[in-house]
Design a binder for this molecule. Sequence first.
Ligand code: ADP
Length: 165
Amino acid sequence: MRRVVCSGSFDPVTNGHIDIIGRAARQYDEVVAAVLNNVNKRGLFTVPEKLDLLRACTADLGNVRVAEFDGLLVDFCRENGIDIIIRSLRSVSDFDYELSIAQMNYRLSGVETMFMTANPQYSYLSSSLVKEVAQYGGDVSSLVTPNVEQALREKYGTGPAAPRG
Ligand code: ADP
């Protein structure tokens, strides 16, 4: 049983994240999509909101589980029987950032990091860019799922809220 983690801030989850999670889910038995709960890094979305959005976006992937973690990712891995961290590379700057973290995680725990190249379709895409565009009412419908688009509209007050009930 190969269980891996796709970790991140997911503030909010984008189609780029979903692409990586889906591809990882085809390679491994179980994927844990783990949302970092960092008290020093407040996001636009709360952790429960991020978890709900991520759950909805991955609901059709039977071997994906959503979780949150705080502290060290390697501790989360040990507690959950995970020995591989999946990270994605969009650019050389991602590589610069990710390399030292991967080496540190290996040194701390022996957990391996596997890198997947981002889908070129989404390689420019980041949660922060999506927020920037959505904040000013720009069209993000091809960058995030409809539930995330709606959640962004509600946060920024840039469109009608979905009917509740
Ligand atoms: P973090 O703050 O940990 O970088 P993110 O939510 O920004 O959290 O990213 C989590 C993971 O998803 C990282 O491995 C990142 O490279 C990957 N990722 C983010 N955006 C994309 C994208 N557009 N395409 C592919 N992978 C992505």
